[in-house]
Design a protein around this ligand. Structure first.
Ligand code: SAH
Ligand code: F3S
Length: 486
């Protein structure tokens, strides 16, 4: 198996990978999983997921494969026969958390040596992590990467049979595998992969190394999956990719706007979302399709990262502050009521107080509905990790605190403006924290809690907003649809 084995993160995916149709494999995974049965029969699994929506969705795929093998979900670690850590490598603290958790499980593993422990996801793609596992956590049974997730059934069998840790990490993607079973958590909204990998190489980011170069699924495969979801009663889909604006570049026949248009035509689906869009390649055509597609929600997650041109350049983001502001202006002009959210990194190497103030100023100017704010975390192998960074950690933390303060005030103010309005809410089910309350989202992706019969789950309900907090809205079902805004 030549594509197998250890990788050098530095060289991962250096050649442009252009998948031909032959690079796509349609496998009957149900049959394959049954072949390795009864490995899972009567056994229980637990998947611990860290990081982004792509990881959440990968975990749904792994759960689907495991259930085909006969595994059932475990309600606790003690009950589990298999525990998988689906990990994130984007920031160091996410990695430390995983190592802490694995360390915590050592006594359990010693008590139950037949328990299979697995580490997968983005951390597994890092050579340094694998070396650390060899050294510190030899009781982990299997380590596999992002490109060979589909091999889970065989890997579980190998792990059960081997006394040594089984490592299977491919340095670059093999064939794109279709038809994997998926066990989706929600019956109302579903994630759908449209693209894997990222070509952008932002200097701070490890994703292009852990997920490889951009590869697009064929539009017909995406649309067929959405059709199937509609048949199963799903109401909302979120199209997933690290850089969805680039969708189709490798196919050459279709772009992201075309795909959105095609998904908008699928009957039964009521709402379409997508993430993540890079400001760099946000075309006018795309704005028009979002504006015109009645199912495409008025919410765009548009990571800005910094409001300072020098920092943006050193981040290799490919746009300026002015271009970003211009794009925001265009989007707001053509998509009335659109909500905008963003990602911001504070304390990029060499960021001065003045440069940080530019970010703060941009946040005040744009007035995002929400911002995910991160302290810069150096990632081995990335260009930024080699840049001089002399800002004290305390100062960086203080910048983060000031940024969050400004954003919280804006988020709250935006939410307060909605009190009294009637908005369309897709009810997802019981709230996670209170089963007497239903939770749903507006088209603009704001969380709404409301009281009402459980039968509202899966339905679009007009809701009058009665109360606003920074992170959520409360409301009550409104009798009439008239005057509903996004
Ligand atoms: N295109 C992807 C990016 C994944 S990383 C997406 O937006 O879904 C998600 C966010 O993590 C990035 O937008 C960035 O703000 C943050 N991030 C990435 N690398 C980081 C690093 N080294 N330190 C701190 N934050 C980082
Ligand atoms: Fe990372 Fe930039 Fe791609 S943030 S995922 S390299 S767009």
């Amino acid at each position: 198996m030549s594509e197998l084995i250890s990788i050098d993160v530095q060289n991962a995916g250096t050649a442009y990978h252009r998948p031909a149709p032959a690079d796509r494999e349609r496998v009957d995974y149900r049959a394959l999983a049954r072949e390795v049965d009864p490995v899972g029969r009567g056994k229980r699994y637990l998947i611990k997921t860290y990081g982004c929506q792509m990881n959440e969705h990968d975990s749904e795929i792994m759960a689907g494969m495991l259930e085909e093998m006969g595994f059932r979900p475990a309600s606790s670690e003690e009950e589990a026969d298999l525990i998988l850590f689906n990990t994130c490598a984007v920031r160091e603290n996410a990695e430390e958390k995983v190592f802490g958790e694995i360390g915590r499980l050592k006594p359990l593993k010693l008590r139950h040596p037949e328990l299979i422990l697995g580490l997968c996801g983005c951390m597994a793609q890092e050579e340094s992590v694998r070396a650390f596992v060899r050294d510190k956590f030899p009781y982990i049974d299997v380590v596999f990467g992002t490109h060979n997730l589909h091999r889970l059934p065989e890997l579980v069998v190998q792990a059960a049979e081997s006394r040594e840790t089984v490592f299977e990490v491919w340095d670059r993607p093999g064939r794109m595998v279709e038809n994997l079973p998926k066990l989706r958590k929600s019956g109302v909204k579903a994630w759908v992969n449209i693209q894997y990998g990222c070509n952008k190489y932002c200097t701070y980011c490890i994703v292009p190394f852990t997920r490889g170069r951009e590869r697009s699924r064929l539009p017909e495969d995406v649309v067929e999956e959405v059709r199937q979801l509609a048949r199963e009663g799903f109401k909302e889909v979120t199209l997933l990719g690290q850089n969805v604006n680039d969708y189709g570049l490798d196919l050459g026949t279709v772009d992201f706007a075309d795909l959105l248009r095609a998904v908008n035509e699928v009957p039964g689906i009521e709402r379409i979302r997508f993430t993540t869009s890079n400001p760099w390649n946000f075309t006018d055509k795309l704005i028009d399709v979002i504006a015109g597609g009645e199912k495409i929600c008025e919410h765009i997650h548009l990571p800005v990262q910094s409001g300072n041109n020098r920092i943006l350049k050193r981040m290799n983001r490919g746009y300026t502050r002015e271009a970003y502001l211009e794009l925001v202006h265009k989007i707001r002009e053509r998509i009335p009521g659109v909500s905008l959210t963003t990602d911001i990194i504070v304390g990029f190497p060499g960021e001065t107080e003045e440069q940080f103030l530019d970010t703060l100023d941009l946040v005040r100017q744009v007035e995002f509905d929400n911002a995910f704010t991160f302290l810069y975390s150096p990632r081995k192998g990335t260009a930024a990790a080699r840049m001089k960074d002399d800002t004290p950690a305390e100062e960086k933390k203080d910048r983060l605190r000031r940024l969050m303060e400004v954003q919280y005030e804006i988020s709250r103010r935006h939410n307060e403006r909605m009190v009294g309005q009637v908005v369309e809410v897709l009810v997802e089910g019981e709230s996670k924290t209170n089963p007497d309350v239903l939770a749903g989202r507006t088209r603009t992706n704001k969380l709404v809690l409301l009281r009402g019969p459980k039968e509202l789950a899966g339905r679009l309900v007009p809701v009058r907003i009665t109360e606003a907090q920074t992170w959520l809205l409360r409301g009550e079902p409104a009798p009439v649809l008239e005057g509903v805004s996004p």
